[in-house]
Design a protein around this ligand. Structure first.
Ligand code: NAD
Ligand code: DAU
Length: 338
């Protein structure tokens, strides 16, 4: 099999490629990535000379290029996206271009080349927000109700994928997963931001009252879920993947990290809230469990410990990122607060 992975130099895409090469040594992977601020080929140095793997720098919105790259591809695994909610609030247009137009370009090319499967990576954020005291979870039947430019653009991309299945019989599948964490995550997202700030002896910015709830999934578990859906998922179907069995607020999460890293609560800095901040996400992953036998392997505390260890052992990786352009973003987002 030959896979086209889009956005394979990002956090989840690179973890997925490393996972796939290890678990499917007979397959070939082409990684198409524009290398935006979030794309980092250092995530893939261990396989850069592997004959199974090819990298192509390019934009998924470029139809001519996508048509060429799609030659001989069996399966498309589509990760490429603008992925950070805060940046979507600062600048929504990049999100519409890559997440909506880029997805449509890939769908068109996939149709033309009659590819065997198009797997689309999406998010639980398309379902909007639960109330704090709501014990219901998102399921595959939950109505879409996106509330940020990021989640609205991802929702649009999901609708496009389904429309190509229904209208043109393109063999598609979708996974909507919860917040991933683990190695190689860009330190603008909460967990790597907290860990790397603490390693630099800086405070951790907590938005609003900190009582927001996310459903955390260790990235390797996500890669396994995608693998199963690609191999055994039913065409036209959507599968949700999540990790948590109980609610953990951002504040609880930061306290867990402080505790593991031997820091006290004076390292918590409350900062202004995110506009339109979704209160709670919680994912019911019983469909993928019952139909495909998937469940997360890593308990939250173990995943967190592994992640902290990784950032401790890979200081050079994140120090490079946190210098340069990153400083401008950090200043814009957090101002003088930290
Ligand atoms: P990321 O921001 O770390 O990586 C995105 C990658 O896409 C980067 O390598 C970037 O260079 C590339 N890219 C961006 N625009 C491109 C374009 N126009 N053409 C080609 N490449 C482009 O993102 P991530 O956290 O790894 O997320 C990957 C996917 O998973 C996204 O679709 C995201 O919506 C989805 N997702 C992420 C999470 C999460 O917690 N991180 C959870 C659910 C779903
Ligand atoms: O739910 C899946 C989504 O998870 C993915 O689709 C997105 O691509 C991914 O970025 C992530 O979105 P979130 O907005 O939930 O992740 P983030 O790490 O930005 O924030 C997690 C929570 O922490 C959220 O409630 C906001 C809060 N937060 C975040 C930052 C960066 C803070 O309190 N302080 C911060 O500095």
């Amino acid at each position: 099999m030959k896979l086209l992975v889009t956005g394979g130099a990002g956090f989840i895409g690179s973890n997925f490629i490393l996972y796939w090469i290890k678990n499917h040594p007979e397959d070939k992977i082409v990684n198409l990535d524009k290398l935006t601020y979030a794309g980092n080929l250092e995530n893939l140095t261990s396989i850069q000379n592997n004959p199974q793997y090819t990298f192509i720098k390019g934009d998924i919105c470029d139809l001519g290029l996508v048509d060429k790259v799609m030659e001989g591809i069996d399966i498309v695994v589509h990760f490429a996206a603008e992925s950070h909610v805060d940046r979507s609030i600062l600048n929504p247009s990049d999100f519409v271009l890559t997440n909506v137009v880029g997805t449509q370009v890939l769908l068109d090319a996939s149709l033309k080349k009659k590819i065997k499967k198009f797997h689309h990576i999406s998010t639980d954020e398309v379902f909007g927000s639960l109330e704090l005291n709501d014990m219901n979870k998102f399921t595959e039947r939950t109505n879409y109700s996106p509330r940020s430019p990021y989640s609205a653009s991802k929702a649009a991309s999901d609708h496009l994928v389904r429309s190509y299945f229904h209208t043109y019989d393109l063999p598609t599948t979708i996974t909507n997963c919860s917040n991933n964490f683990g190695p190689y995550q860009f330190p603008e997202k909460l967990i790597p931001l907290a860990i790397t700030n603490l390693l630099e002896n800086k405070k951790v910015p907590v938005y609003g009252d900190g009582l927001y709830i996310r459903d955390w999934l260790y990235v390797e578990d996500h890669a396994r879920a995608i693998d199963l859906v690609i191999q055994k998922g039913k065409v036209g179907e959507t599968y949700l993947a999540g990790g948590m069995t109980e609610d953990v607020s951002n504040l609880d999460l930061i306290k867990k990290i402080l505790n593991i890293m031997g820091k006290d609560e004076s390292y918590i800095e409350y900062v202004k809230d995110r506009p339109g901040h979704d209160r709670k996400y919680s994912v019911d992953w019983s469909k993928i469990k019952n139909e495909l036998g998937w469940e997360p392997k890593y308990d939250f505390e173990i995943g967190l410990q592994k992640t902290i260890d990784w950032y401790k052992q890979n200081v050079e990786w994140w120090k490079k990122i946190k210098s340069g352009e990153y400083q401008n973003y950090y200043q814009k987002q957090y101002g003088a607060a930290i």
